[in-house]
Design a protein around this ligand. Structure first.
Ligand SMILES: Cc1cc2nc3c(=O)[nH]c(=O)nc-3n(C[C@H](O)[C@H](O)[C@H](O)COP(=O)(O)OP(=O)(O)OC[C@H]3O[C@@H](n4cnc5c(N)ncnc54)[C@H](O)[C@@H]3O)c2cc1C
Length: 293
């Protein structure tokens, strides 16, 4: 199907111009990034919009920067760049893991981390990874200026976020890690046609010089209403060496605690099995990276 007619198309070159275009277009205007999700929805007429504000020429929305307070990833950064950059190795390596496995080459060439967060499809990889890595998001609008939203408040439900229609996502910030022995990992499992996972798991592990766990974070995607963190992983792993028994215990506790749904792709029980098995492997991978293994 063809999309419903679009009355106005804007191609701004700066954030300020993008916000002005959105305000000028008024109600019903939408930003478009890689178009990988939005165009499909428009073609199916699940979404109709009178005006499109295309972000592809806004250079200041692309790329990443590392500073003493952490890493800033700009929303128009494509999966293909995130998959190969070494700037994210260590604490933020889960972003690269996820980016490398999104869709196919065409999707990775066009799709952006910001588009994925703002769309918040239930099985998407980036909302889950950003939740695990404690991201904070900066949103800007002409009327309201800038505001900072923690990722757990931003992700509301399937295809729903805390972003207002006139707000542009301009930064995704990740805190700097205090220690060297910290790393993250992401794995997904699922054989749907579009490559979206049944379940995706992100984990972060921090260790001391003796390779004892100081901190652990664990989150699950592919579940309703949106990606969820399992805080119990920290309590189970803190003070313990990174053994496969410890990781299996933490992943099993996550599977017990997290509610899963049955749908046309998998049963609720199967999703729990995946959280148990994949979860153990992702924790082990993050630990191996954190200890230089
Ligand atoms: C064949 C296929 C396979 C896929 N496989 C996977 C997969 O395995 N894993 C996965 O995670 N995803 C997958 N996806 C989805 C893909 O990740 C999309 O790229 C992503 O969901 C949307 O990113 P986009 O840049 O294309 O955003 P768009 O489609 O352009 O936009 C999505 C939404 O975000 C809004 N938006 C975009 N940028 C901003 C911004 N800066 N500020 C405010 N609003 C903004 C738009 O208005 C729109 O509502 C797949 C998609 C396809 C087509």
């Amino acid at each position: 199907m063809y999309p419903a007619p679009i009355e106005t198309y804007f191609a701004p070159r700066t954030i300020d111009e993008a916000l002005k275009c959105c305000a000028e277009a008024g109600d019903g205007a939408m930003f478009i990034a890689g178009g990988m999700s939005l165009m499909q929805a428009m073609k199916a007429r699940l979404v109709t919009t009178r005006a499109l504000v295309d972000l592809n020429e806004v250079e200041e929305l692309s790329g990443l920067a590392k500073g003493p307070r952490g890493v800033t990833v700009r929303p128009m950064t494509r999966y293909r760049e995130l998959a190969v950059t070494t700037a994210l190795h260590g604490a933020m390596q889960a972003i690269g893991d996820a980016a490398a496995t999104v869709g196919d080459r065409q999707v990775r060439n066009a799709g952006t981390i910001g588009g994925s967060l703002c769309w918040n499809y239930v099985a998407s990889c980036m909302p889950n990874v950003c939740l695990c890595l404690d991201a904070t998001l900066v949103l800007a609008s002409l009327e309201g200026g800038e505001r900072t939203v923690p990722i757990e408040e931003f992700l509301v439900g399937p295809l729903e976020t805390a972003r207002h229609d006139d707000e542009l996502l301009i930064e995704i910030n990740f805190p700097a890690s205090k220690h060297h022995g910290v790393a993250s990992a992401y794995k997904k499992y699922g054989g749907t046609v579009d490559g979206l996972p049944i379940v995706g798991i992100a984990a972060l592990i921090e260790v001391d010089e003796a390779e004892i766990c100081l901190d652990a974070r664990f989150s699950v995607g592919g579940i309703l209403p949106t990606a969820r963190r399992f805080e119990g992983a920290r309590d189970i792993l803190r003070g313990r060496p990174g053994t496969s028994e410890a990781f299996a215990e933490a992943a099993s506790a996550a599977a017990d605690a997290i509610e899963t749904q049955s749908d046309h792709v998998a049963s609720a029980h199967y999703r729990k099995v995946l959280i148990r098995t994949l979860g153990r492997d992702v924790l082990a991978e993050a630990h191996a990276r954190a200890t230089g293994g």
